[in-house]
Structures are given as structure tokens and as C-alpha cells.
Design a protein. Structure first.
Ligand code: MOS
Length: 769
């Protein structure tokens, strides 16, 4: 097949195809059309053996000579001022080297907020241990450093703090009364109206109008948040569990008033991130205490402190109202509601995002407000917005399908848009209906009984449900990559990105091997070190595309560096950069198999040990021209016990349309992992937040329930694997879409099993009885 023939479809036309250069809003990445060696293969994680052997060293395992262990004391009121701190017993306890409070902490700048620059990682705007003010229940008020963790923990327990309390808002129902529109929802309008949705709803032949609620959730990565760090003069070496090493280093430099090149953050292995492993107070407090004590410090948060210091997902109350014709066309799509947030952060759980891009409708009203509360600043968590937004929207569509007596997949076929319904932009690639077709066939959707409650085996009612999953494509601005090619034909690609266990280094080695035309064992992807070329956050499912954009630029820079090394004796003599491609371990002239020379040969003849190409990625302008989203068809089968209300997910299938899949094994794991989180969202997870005190009541894995093996059925995953012509490698990113739609698919299956529509997550058995 020629490259042109394999170029992806775009509205039935073949898109323009440039052989050399990827242009974000124009020519596709030439790699898309290549016959692939490594991309797509089910290659095991290259760091797998290290992890199995226990040889991969995590942040809390890095040893330093003369290191102190830290323990925190956190506030027990949600709003107020520290009236007194008695640390005398702690100071005298055995092994204690330092007690730090706001009184003796070094003066530090407040971190610059994440998103304001590639070096900014702050997640709230409050000073950290600089004054007596308390803003949430669980805020750090003291840190103890001691010779052992046990001594630090014991001494921390001896510290007595009293507070003057101030009026506080810790009840969502109270906070809602003062809900406000934020300036924007991550750059999107907070209140979006197209046409007259209220009038259209009132006039619609068929109407659905319901309220859906979702609770708070907390991060529960297996690896606890941990940092081990040491100062050497004004230089700071940090071993962190991090989703953003570049921004963490830059922000620590800003907070402590040192140069950026004086802070180095290492994070080679991370035991799960999910949005939670960013820069929180604990890294800054540990660095401040280490500076004061003049000794290295390790701070590993115990599980309850992860709940108190690290934000999670906030609660939502959502209204979805759908007006429809009898033949299943939407005349009105209304999705509105309110989320809790704090005054000190800007992370509105963007639950209205799916409704902006998923379905055609004659009119829209999409808006969300925030209600300010005194609580830990909430943060990104496992597809923020889309996870809970799809629960409401996709439950409502199921309600509409039932009302119309129409198959829920057929309803979605009838409202499939041909362009983005609210921006009007063309989709870069959208094969949602293909995902539905393939998924329905594999899942056996035709066996679903459309009458709820009719399928029964003994005590067990059995039902099937389906829902659309969706997550945007993002590519972050500001990434740079470096390719170092050595005379032995080995390439090291370096970029300050992250691997939190999902297989970044493996998938990128596959990608870079194909782009450079090298075998996999001649390529290494270096990451997790802020001294590498500038990276961006491993968040928003953006990392793969962000690396791709940077590697494309570095690859071009590398070829440019190689051209002057080609001598007159080379078969490539006289070839211009634009004619050259990397293939078979060397450079070749496009479409001329005879004009080729290996990298080793070029370098050796030029007397060079190595050659380096380094460059910054093109701006993510594709996002301005196209509506770019991954979608999925999520299928659930549940069994509900008619006597006890017990709910079991008996089968699950996710059918994904996410562009090209780079590694079939790590991708399947990410999809499955997301779906398992979706099972937790649907059936178990709920942070118990005391509305009187603002205190989290279940900060442990024994009280906060996540799915365990017995809760998880065999999960089938599949994908269209249709490359997106506007994404590097054709890959749109897959980190978060797995969880989206799952809550609704399960809720819809529960309805199909029982006839009961549960609009409040989690769906626990008491709600069914
Ligand atoms: Mo993801 S919640 O942006 O790590």
C-alpha cells in the first residue's frame, strides 16, 4: 500500500499529505502512513523486570546520608487562626531535630499557579506555612523532623494546637446558595447558549428533565505521595513522585528564590498519578524544613494525609434536560449545574464538556457554576469533568431512549453530529459509530431485553447498559525533545516527561524507533528528570501527543545536523534535507532505495562520536482548527440481587476510538484501569465529608471503597485504530477516556435489570431497595 492510500479518512476525502513535515493543522505526520515496525505492537513495559525485582527506586526509597524523616501535624478546624502551638514536648522528644511552624519557617513565595507558564505548578494561591491562617480542615500547621519515622510520628502527636475559629462554609447545600459563574471553565465559556433551549424544551414532543448528583472522590494511588530531598548550598536535589518534573523544579526555584538550574527534580518511577501527583504543600514544606535543619529530608505522607493535603474530585449537582422529536432528534440539549470549589484554586470539575461536543441538537444551554467551600483545594482526578459529566448526560440519553422506546445505540446514531455541535469546527477524526458497531457485535448487545426487569436467573436480575465515553485531545505547549545519535547507531531521546506506570518509556521507544528507522533495542527514551529538555504535565491525557510533537521537531533538527556530515563519497551526496528520511538505521532519499547510508557510517566517516538534534514542538494549533476528541462505546452487564440489592458487574466491554494505538498491551491496561475506576465511580467511591466541620471522615482504604479483584469482571477492550490525521503519530491519547461513560453504562444496566433509575452516585444497594 502506498502512503497516500493509508492516509486516514477525513470526511471521505484524502487529506493533504506532506512527506517531510507534520503541520499541526495541515499535513499529517508522515509516520501515520508508514508501514510500522514497532508502533501498535503489544510490547511489555521495558521497566517491568526492574519493578518486579524491586530494583526500581521510588521517591520514598532514595537514601541520603544523615537524612531526617518528616511527620506533619494538620489542622482540625476548617477556617480560623492558630491561637497557640505548644511544641515543647515534641522538641524534647527523642530523635527530634526540628519542629517547624509558620513562626520559624523560611519566608517563601507563594507558588505560581499551574497553567500560567510551563514552569508553574501551584495548585492554590494560599501562602504555605507563612501565617496563622487556616483555610481547610487538614491544612498543615507543623512539621517535625527526626532521626527515624517513628520518632517523627511520635513527636508530631505531642504537638498541641489551639485555634480561633472563623465562620466557615463546609456544607454544599449552603455554599450553593452563593454559586457563581467562574471567568471560564478551562478556557471555555461557563455559560453557553445556542438558540432558545428553554423554549425548545417546553415545545418538545418528548422531554427528559432530571437532576444527577455525584459525590467527592479522593486520590488513592498505591504509592503514597513522597519526596526525598537535599540542599547543597542553594542547590536543591529532589526525588519526587511527580506528574510534572519541569514545572515542579521551576516552581520550587521560584518559591525559594534560587535559580531554575539550581533545582533538579528526579521522578523516574511513580506508583500511579491520576491527576494527584503534582506539586502540593508537602514538597515545599519538606524543602523548607530541610533548608532550616541543613539536612536531607524524606517526607512520605501517610494515607490519611494524602486525603487531607492532596485535593480530589469535588461534588457535582447536574441537571440534564433533553427535548426530542418522536424520531429521536434533539431539539434542546440542556446541561447545567454546580460544583464545589475553593476561592483559592481554579479547578471546576468541567462536567459540561461532553455536552458541548458529543451530539447534534437544535439548541443548547450548557452552563456550570461553582460554589465556594472551605476545603482542600480540589484538583484534576481521573478524567475530571468527563467522568461525572458523562454520568449525567449519558444517563439522561438512556432515559430518553426508554421514553422513545428506541434502542439507545440507535438514538445515538440519530444524533451523531457531522461537525462539532457547539464550536462548528470539523472533527479531526470521529468514528464513534464504528466503535458502537464493533462493540455491540462483540458484546452481544442484540441479546438485551429492552423491557427492564424481565431477565432473571433465580434471585438475580440481569441488565445491559451502554453509554458514550469521551475525552478531549490535548497537546501541551512548550515541550522540547533531544535526540542523541551515537556512532554505534544508538539513539537516546530525552524529554522531561513522566511515566507513572502507564508505559510512557515503552510506547515512546516504539514510536522513536519507527520514526528514526531503528530497531527497538537501539533506542532509549529518557524522562523523569527536570534537567532534560523542557517537559509538560503528564495530565489531560496529553503526554503522548506532546512528546510526539516535540520528537517530530527534534527529528527534523537531527536530520539538519546530519546533512553537513554527509560527504561527497556518500550515496546521499548532494541530497537536500527535504529529500531525506530516516529508515533502516540510517538516512535515505525518499523513494530511492539505492541512495542510503547508515547513521554509523555517516558519523564514522565524519569523525563524530555523536550528533544531537534538539527542538521545541510546533504550537498546538491543530486545536484551534479542529474539534479533537476521543470517544468510546462502553457496554456493561450487571446482575442485581432482587432480595439484597447487591450489584455485580458481570461483564464489561469498552470499544474505543482514540486514533492510532501505540502499544496494544499498555493501551489495553490503561483502558481496563480506567474502566475499573469507572466501576468504583459507579458503585463504591465516596468521600465522606462532614458538612459541619469540613473534615474527611473516611481517609483510608478500609473506609473509602475502591474496586477489588472480586468486584472486577473480565473486561474486554477493543479499538478502531483509525489514525487521527491531525495528531502526532495519529494518536489522540488514551490516559483518561477509559473511566468516562462507565458510570452511566452501569447505571443504565442497573435500570435495564431493575427498572430503577439511580441518579445519585455511587449506586449502593440501599438505593435499590
Ligand atoms: Mo489526569 S486527571 O489530567 O492526571
Amino acid at each position: 500500500m502506498s502512503r497516500e492510500e493509508t492516509a486516514p479518512r477525513e470526511g471521505g476525502k484524502t487529506p493533504p499529505f506532506a512527506r517531510r513535515d507534520w503541520q499541526p493543522e495541515g499535513a499529517p505526520d508522515p509516520l501515520i502512513g508508514r508501514k510500522h515496525g514497532h508502533i501498535g505492537q503489544a510490547i511489555s513495559r521495558i521497566d517491568g523486570p526492574l519493578k518486579v525485582k524491586g530494583a526500581a527506586r521510588y521517591a520514598a526509597e532514595v537514601p541520603f546520608e544523615d537524612m531526617l524523616y518528616a511527620a506533619l501535624v494538620t489542622s482540625t478546624v476548617s477556617r480560623g487562626r492558630i491561637a497557640s502551638i505548644d511544641a515543647s514536648s515534641a522538641q524534647e522528644a527523642s530523635g527530634v531535630a526540628l519542629v517547624m511552624t509558620y513562626r520559624n519557617a523560611p519566608r517563601m513565595e507563594t507558588p505560581k499557579m499551574f497553567g500560567t507558564s510551563p514552569k508553574a505548578a501551584g495548585l492554590h494561591t494560599l501562602p504555605i506555612m507563612q501565617d496563622e491562617e487556616i483555610h481547610w480542615n487538614g491544612q498543615t500547621v507543623a512539621v517535625v523532623l527526626a532521626e527515624s519515622q517513628e520518632q517523627a510520628d511520635h513527636a508530631a502527636s505531642l504537638i498541641e494546637v489551639t485555634y480561633e475559629t472563623l465562620p466557615t462554609i463546609t456544607d454544599f447545600d449552603v455554599a450553593k446558595a452563593d454559586a457563581r459563574f467562574p471567568d471560564s471553565i478551562m478556557g471555555e465559556p461557563a455559560d453557553l447558549k445556542i438558540g432558545k433551549a428553554d423554549e425548545a424544551l417546553a415545545a418538545a414532543p418528548v422531554r427528559i428533565d432530571a437532576t444527577y448528583t455525584t459525590p467527592r472522590h479522593n486520590h488513592n494511588a498505591i504509592e503514597l505521595h513522597a519526596v526525598t530531598l537535599a540542599w547543597d548550598g542553594d542547590s536543591l536535589e529532589v526525588h519526587d513522585a511527580s506528574q510534572l518534573v519541569t514545572a515542579t523544579a521551576g516552581t520550587l526555584a521560584q518559591v525559594f528564590g534560587v535559580r531554575e538550574d539550581q533545582v533538579r527534580v528526579h521522578s523516574p518511577y511513580v506508583g500511579g498519578g491520576f491527576g494527584g501527583k503534582c506539586l502540593w504543600d508537602h514538597q515545599i514544606i519538606a524543602a523548607a524544613a530541610a533548608r532550616l535543619a541543613r539536612r536531607p529530608v524524606r517526607l512520605c505522607l501517610p494515607r490519611d494525609h494524602v486525603y487531607r493535603l492532596v485535593g480530589g474530585r469535588t461534588c457535582t449537582e447536574q441537571r440534564v434536560a433533553l427535548g426530542a422529536t418522536r424520531d429521536g432528534k434533539l431539539t434542546a440539549l440542556i446541561h447545567t449545574g454546580v460544583v464545589a470549589m475553593t476561592k483559592h484554586n481554579s479547578c471546576p470539575e468541567q462536567f459540561t464538556f461532553p455536552a458541548r461536543h458529543l451530539y447534534a441538537a437544535d439548541s443548547f444551554h450548557v452552563s456550570q457554576q461553582v460554589a465556594d467551600m472551605d476545603m482542600t483545594p480540589n484538583t484534576f482526578m481521573r478524567a475530571p469533568g468527563e467522568s461525572v459529566g458523562t454520568f449525567a448526560l449519558e444517563s439522561a440519553l438512556d432515559e430518553l431512549a426508554h421514553e422513545l422506546d428506541m434502542c439507545p445505540i440507535e438514538l445515538r446514531r440519530r444524533i451523531e453530529p457531522d461537525k462539532d455541535p457547539t464550536t462548528g469546527n470539523p472533527f479531526s477524526s470521529r468514528e464513534t459509530l464504528q466503535a458502537y458497531r464493533l462493540g455491540a457485535e462483540r458484546f452481544g448487545w442484540s441479546r438485551r431485553d429492552k423491557v427492564p426487569g424481565r431477565r432473571r436467573e433465580g434471585e438475580w436480575l440481569i441488565g445491559m447498559g451502554v453509554a458514550t465515553g469521551t475525552y478531549p485531545y490535548y497537546r501541551m505547549d512548550g515541550g522540547k525533545a533531544r535526540i542523541t545519535l551515537t556512532a554505534d547507531g544508538f539513539a537516546v531521546i530525552g524529554m522531561a516527561m513522566q511515566d507513572m506506570g502507564m508505559g510512557t518509556a515503552t510506547a515512546q521507544a516504539q514510536h522513536c524507533a519507527d520514526r528514526l528507522g531503528l530497531p527497538l533495542d537501539k533506542v532509549r527514551f529518557d524522562y523523569g528528570d527536570s534537567d532534560l529538555p523542557q517537559g509538560t504535565v503528564a495530565g489531560g491525557s496529553s503526554q503522548t501527543a506532546t512528546i510526539g510533537g516535540a520528537v517530530i521537531a527534534a527529528h527534523q533538527a537531527l536530520i539538519k545536523e546530519l546533512v553537513p556530515l554527509i560527504g561527497n563519497d556518500s550515496p546521499l551526496a548532494g541530497a537536500a534535507q527535504e529529500e531525506l528520511e530516516t529508515r533502516d538505521g540510517g538516512l535515505g532519499v525518499v523513494d530511492d532505495p539505492d541512495r542510503f547510508e547508515s547513521f554509523s557510517s555517516i558519523l564514522q566517516r565524519a569523525g563524530r562520536d555523536s550528533v544531537v538534534g534538539e527542538a521545541a514542538a510546533a504550537k498546538p494549533s491543530e486545536l484551534e482548527h479542529f474539534s479533537m476528541h476521543s470517544t468510546a462505546a462502553q457496554f456493561a452487564e450487571v446482575r442485581v440481587n432482587a432480595v439484597t440489592g447487591e450489584i455485580r458487574v458481570s461483564r464489561f466491554l469498552g470499544s474505543f476510538d482514540c486514533g492510532r494505538i501505540l502499544n496494544a498491551k499498555t493501551a489495553a491496561s490503561q483502558f481496563r484501569g480506567g474502566i475499573i475506576m469507572g466501576i468504583g465511580l459507579a458503585l463504591m467511591e465516596e468521600t465522606q465529608f462532614d458538612p459541619r466541620k469540613g473534615r474527611i471522615l473516611n481517609p483510608s482504604l478500609s473506609d473509602y471503597h475502591v474496586p477489588v479483584h472480586l468486584d472486577v469482571p473480565d473486561i474486554e477492550v477493543m479499538w478502531t485504530d483509525i489514525p487521527d490525521p491531525h495528531a502526532p503519530m495519529g494518536a489522540r491519547g488514551i490516559g483518561e477516556i477509559g473511566i468516562t461513560g462507565v458510570g452511566a453504562a452501569i447505571a443504565n444496566a442497573v435500570f435495564n435489570a431493575t427498572g430503577k433509575r439511580i441518579r445519585d452516585l455511587p449506586i449502593t444497594l440501599d438505593k435499590l431497595l
